[in-house]
Design a protein around this ligand. Structure first.
Ligand SMILES: Nc1ncnc2c1ncn2[C@@H]1O[C@H](COP(=O)(O)OP(=O)(O)OP(=O)(O)O)[C@@H](O)[C@H]1O
Length: 235
């Protein structure tokens, strides 16, 4: 579904992505892990067209997306930190996005309901707690039934029940054949929702494996231990 070929990106002299090649299939939850600053968010933003790569290509369904726009309606994005106009009410933000996406054939309001956002519709974005803002971001990411979801540390700041609601939603959408890329530092959570893990270290792909195979080849039951073993082994 997504193929990334020899992707490179630098910010000034800082090389953030160094020749990354990887592909992801539909109906999979892929967790993107790696140390802080290893290029995870930058890779997601390249897929979204928010960052232009210096070299390489990204294909969705076999078509290059570079300098294209239409494909973006197929992607739901939940940023690490959602930034919204402070004075707008939750209701207005949701309505604004719905107006922009008038063409969308399906509007999925499940997370709005499960998170009780309608009861908070008249609150201004600037007055929301970090977790409530995350809930708005999550609701918007899933709202137009996208085939691909890119979720950047989606449960950071969510209380345990709200995080559980999001994990259930991720698994539900996966069953519909969607591809879901999740950046996360929480290995227990990765283990719960992901099928595969890709690990970026210093802008390079360290590995791309299924969770079952990571555990089998490291001989570890817990993913966190297995990942630590791989990281230490190859240092
Ligand atoms: N717009 C930008 N301008 C300059 N440098 C940037 C920009 N965006 C990211 N960087 C740098 O690129 C590197 C990779 O950042 P990125 O956000 O992709 O990392 P990450 O793996 O997602 O990190 P984290 O786990 O902390 O979220 C970092 O050193 C960061 O400071």
């Amino acid at each position: 579904m997504i193929t990334i070929e020899n992707l490179r990106k630098s910010y000034g002299k800082l090389q953030v992505l160094k020749d990354v090649s990887v592909s992801f299939g539909e109906g999979r939850v892929v967790s993107v892990i790696g140390p802080n600053g290893s290029g995870k968010t930058t890779m997601g933003k390249c897929i979204l067209g928010m960052v232009l790569p210096d070299a390489g290509d990204i294909k969705i369904g076999g078509q290059s997306i570079l300098r294209q726009h239409a494909y973006r309606s197929q992607i739901g994005y939940m940023p690490q930190i959602g930034r919204y106009p402070e004075n707008m009410k939750i209701r207005q933000v949701i309505q604004m996005i719905r107006d922009i996406r008038k063409d969308a054939p399906v509007v999925d309001e499940e997370l709005i309901g499960l998170y009780g956002l309608k009861e908070m519709y008249e609150k201004r974005m600037g007055a929301l707690s970090g977790g409530t803002k995350q809930k708005v971001s999550a609701a918007l990411a899933f709202m137009f039934n996208p085939q691909i979801l890119i979720l950047d540390e989606p449960t950071a700041g969510l209380d345990p029940i709200s995080a559980e609601i999001l994990k259930c939603k991720i698994l539900k959408e996966k069953k519909k054949g969607k591809l879901i890329l999740i950046t996360s530092h929480i290995m227990s959570e990765v283990e719960e929702v992901a099928d595969e893990v890709i690990c970026l270290v210093d802008g390079q792909l360290k590995f791309h494996e299924t969770i079952a195979s990571i555990k089998a080849h490291t001989n570890e039951e817990r993913l966190s231990k297995a990942i630590a073993k791989i990281m230490n082994e190859e240092d």
